[in-house]
Design a protein around this ligand. Sequence first.
Ligand SMILES: C[S@@+](CC[C@H](N)C(=O)[O-])C[C@H]1O[C@@H](n2cnc3c(N)ncnc32)[C@H](O)[C@@H]1O
Length: 169
Amino acid sequence: MTRILEIGPSDCPRHDTDGVKLNDGDQYVAVDKNSKVFESPVWRELQDQFHERVEMVTADIEKGTEFDDGSFDEIVMLGAAMKPGHSDTFPPEINRLLKVGGILKIGIGDDERLSVEPFMREWMPVFERLGYKIVSKAKHKRTIPYQKDDGQVGHYFADSIVFTLKKGN
Ligand SMILES: C[S@@+](CC[C@H](N)C(=O)[O-])C[C@H]1O[C@@H](n2cnc3c(N)ncnc32)[C@H](O)[C@@H]1O
């Protein structure tokens, strides 16, 4: 059984990875600080599909959560608050929640100056001190929906990069 936490899914759970695909017994918990995002029909559809194995929680990860230490096998965070200045709040709480040997996937914009360099400079040293190593990097083309002036839905594209980190012993 794998227990997955997604931080800041908004209304597009696991947007940059492979969507929410659960094997028998797996659990998926979504934490977003904006309760409104959970009003999107995508969450009702996921609960219709997976029932109580999908849980939505409104919480600010930077202020700490009520989950037990080491209670997740995998944590995913895609495009959520990846700004300079948060390296003293997100990484310690993520580290508290992820079990040893667990996987952390962090998605950021694929832009060297605006995203990758600040991530490597501010977040990676913290994770390295906590015993994490980057095991892979994958590039994605994101398709992002938006509402046009005429009410139709349009799409635009943005590049992102997902770093997969493993928490060591
Ligand atoms: C830009 S959206 C990204 C949505 C989606 N993950 C994606 O890849 O498109 C950022 C989301 O992260 C949430 N968020 C930002 N900071 C957060 C925090 N400290 N704790 C929980 N959720 C947070 C926001 O409310 C928002 O829904």
